[in-house]
Write a protein that binds this ligand. Structure first.
Ligand SMILES: Nc1ncnc2c1ncn2[C@@H]1O[C@H](COP(=O)(O)OP(=O)(O)OP(=O)(O)O)[C@@H](O)[C@H]1O
Ligand SMILES: [Mg+2]
Length: 589
């Protein structure tokens, strides 16, 4: 994996627009040429005017033509400059909006290809921050700064070239303060970069915190933790402020300091310039014109530096943002196994063979699990919370891969199958059901948008949620607004079951919601379970043991080991761990 780099990032996203960029650069360079040479004509006009006045005083008659011509030329130069500037600016804006669009799309697509591990180890809010804060910074900078950067560098180079051509001595005087300006710039930029990097890091942490607190609002309210929540926010927010202040302080200082240097430079040019002019043999009118020209040059020479200084923080924010996004873009992706076998319809069995697994290398969670699920049967996995049930589930469709042993479908290691075919044959109902903004119908058809309404209703009936949906004001057309809802946890899970059933998977995995559901919903879940498992190969993680009494096999997981296995009656007869779990639940109920 290469290192994250802002330069690589911009190179990648701007390269497709190189033709447009080239035109833009040429136009803006041309515009700069006109801007830079305009003072020449201004100087000539002044010289001509001075000569005219001198001649007039001396009682001689000369025409004012030279003055007029030069003045007109100056106006023409400035007009051309503005016109070309406008044209190149338009091209730049267009390229920027396209490049920014590509950046957004690719980042979002990248999210779709990242591993589950990445999401499990990174806060949602921090990832969101890339979209909001970082991409916005890049867009702003592309719109203002990049364009400015090209123009200013060109103005700078052009001015130097022209000054040297007009008068080497005066040119050197004008550039005398450059080393000081560069030194100041480099020192302040370095300081500022450090804090701008920090600022974006802190904003991301703050966004992560806000996101978490909003999601946990109910817990905060129930425990009366509002003040603590605010205190936490203030702590992160203070860190943002400190970094922001320092970043802006150093980059903000740059502009006034360079302005000061530019005024100082102006004074030097006028003073030293007069001496040079007076000591050289040139006429007063020509000398005056020369000084006026160099006064303009001197400002033109320093303006790129001050301009760049004023947008420096914008540029730095964009560089920081690009690097942060690039860091995500270079992350490893899910292995699609492009050369793998396509998984055929299940005919024999799904099996877990001596599986060892841990989320972290030094902490094994599953210690050699063996499970066998013959085609058409149901295996229920039960066990205390944290015993590793969801972890086992994660292995079937490769949310994670085993460290040792294997998971096989019809005796093929899942790692040898194309990811697409594997996942298309496995249907999973997660422990936390997710609903998307849209209608109930949209949510059920999520995995198979082409499904007919009849198919959808059949799935809902099988999942035992149809009757409830019919009590909603608009039935299947009822809008669900994000997470908040008209559905209870149990009902949400029934809806997820319907969604998964609609895709008619060969192998169905159901991770039962742990939240307590009322007895009516429990009965519905049980009935749904009975409906969906007939003839289907399924793996059901159950918390309510009553719901899995009819399972073909029950495996009992404890601390990452399968400690008992058999059907309900056999396990009860063993009077072991399952017996204890079951009788405890019955007593509680
Ligand atoms: N993404 C993860 N990263 C690190 N550790 C994890 C991760 N997910 C789970 N664990 C750890 O793995 C162990 C097993 O968790 P798992 O979610 O499989 O339990 P479970 O049996 O499904 O529990 P529950 O009945 O509460 O759903 C726990 O100790 C948990 O802390
Ligand atoms: Mg679980």
């Amino acid at each position: 994996m290469r290192k994250a780099s802002a330069i690589q990032y911009f190179k990648h996203y701007l390269a497709p627009y190189w033709r447009g960029m080239l035109v833009m650069i040429v136009l803006s360079l041309l515009s700069v040429v006109f801007e830079v040479v305009a003072p020449l004509f201004m100087g000539r006009a002044v010289t001509a005017l001075a000569q005219y006045v001198a001649a007039y005083r001396a009682g001689k008659q000369i025409t004012i033509g030279a003055f007029q011509v030069n003045l007109k030329l100056m106006i023409l130069m400035y007009s051309l400059f503005l016109l070309l500037l406008l044209a190149s600016w338009l091209i730049a804006v267009r390229i920027n909006s396209f490049a920014d669009h590509d950046m957004r799309v690719n980042l979002f697509k990248k999210f779709q290809r990242l591993t589950i591990k990445y999401f499990d180890t990174h806060q949602d809010g921090k990832l969101l921050s890339l979209f909001t804060s970082d991409l916005d910074n890049i867009f702003n900078a592309l719109n203002n700064a990049i364009f400015e950067l090209i123009a200013q560098v060109a103005i700078f180079a052009g001015t130097i070239w022209l000054m040297l051509r007009v008068n080497v001595q005066l040119a050197l005087v004008t550039m005398a303060l450059t080393p000081v300006a560069l030194l100041v710039t480099v020192i302040l930029m370095r300081k500022s970069k450090k804090y701008i990097d920090l600022q974006q890091e802190k904003i991301s942490t703050l966004n992560g915190y806000v996101n978490e607190q909003i999601n946990g609002q109910k817990v905060i309210i129930t425990n009366g933790l509002q003040q603590q929540s605010i205190a936490g926010f203030n702590r992160y927010n203070d860190e943002v402020r400190t970094a922001m202040f320092k970043g802006q302080l150093y980059s903000g200082m740059l502009n006034p300091l360079l302005q000061g240097l530019s005024y100082l430079n102006l004074a030097i040019v006028i003073a030293v310039g007069s001496v040079i002019v007076m000591n050289s043999g040139i006429s007063r009118s020509v000398g005056l014109g020369l000084i006026v020209t160099f006064v303009q040059f001197s400002q033109q020479y320093f303006s790129p530096l001050t301009q760049l200084a004023s947008i420096y923080s914008q540029i730095q924010l964009a560089l920081t943002g690009a690097k942060r996004i690039d860091r995500v873009e270079i992350q490893p992706e899910e292995d699609q196994v492009p050369t793998g076998q396509n998984l055929a319809p299940l005919t024999k069995k799904v099996a877990v063979v001596d599986a060892h697994f841990g989320y972290q290398p030094d902490k094994e969670i599953l210690h050699g699990i063996d499970l066998n699920i013959p085609q058409g049967t149901m295996l229920a996995l039960v066990g205390p919370t944290g015993s590793g049930k969801t972890t086992v589930m994660n292995l079937f469709n490769r949310f994670y891969d085993v460290d040792q042993g294997c998971v096989t479908i019809d005796e093929q290691d899942v790692r040898t199958l194309t990811l697409k075919s594997l996942r298309s044959r496995i249907g999973i109902v997660l422990q936390d059901s997710v609903l998307f903004t849209g209608t109930v119908a949209f949510n059920i058809k999520f995995g198979k948008p082409a499904a007919t309404d009849e198919e959808m209703i059949a799935a809902a009936k099988q999942a035992n949620i149809h009757d409830y949906i019919m009590t909603l004001p608009q039935g299947y057309a009822t809008e669900i607004d994000g997470e908040q809802g008209i559905f209870s946890t149990g009902q949400k899970q029934l809806l997820s079951i319907a969604r998964t059933l609609l895709t008619d998977p060969d192998f169905l995995i159901l991770d039962e919601a742990t939240a307590n559901v009322d007895t009516v919903t429990e009965a519905r879940i049980q009935a749904a379970m009975d409906n969906i498992i007939v003839g289907r190969t399924s793996f059901v993680i159950a918390h309510r043991l009553k719901t899995i009494i009819n399972a073909d096999q029950i495996a009992v997981l404890k601390d990452g080991n399968v400690v008992e296995q058999g059907n309900h009656a056999e396990l009860l007869a063993q009077k072991g761990f399952y017996y204890k779990l079951y009788t405890n639940q019955m007593v509680l109920n």
